[in-house]
Write a protein that binds this ligand. Structure first.
Ligand code: ZN
Length: 78
């Protein structure tokens, strides 16, 4: 019981803001979000959450940057 409680505290410490998407969600949506960024499309709501997550999460934002670079070099854009 107590261990379960401690685990919950640790989990919530890792997910600092519960309303935000997690890293797993972010990774799943990252490709789609990259398309929006590259095409400068209007963001719909779920992707705004991805944007927020990328601003707050260094791991995901680094991953997203390298994804963007890969996509940019693939399409020949700057
Ligand atoms: Zn993340």
């Amino acid at each position: 019981m107590e261990l379960e409680y401690i685990k919950q505290i640790l989990d919530s410490a890792y997910n600092i803001r519960p309303h935000e998407v997690g890293c797993d969600d972010c990774e799943e949506e990252m490709n789609e979000y990259a398309d929006y960024v590259l095409e400068e499309k209007q963001l719909d709501k779920p992707l705004n959450l991805i944007k927020d997550h990328l601003e707050l999460c260094r791991d995901c934002s680094e991953e997203f940057q390298s994804l963007l670079e890969a996509l940019n070099s693939a399409t020949g854009k700057k």
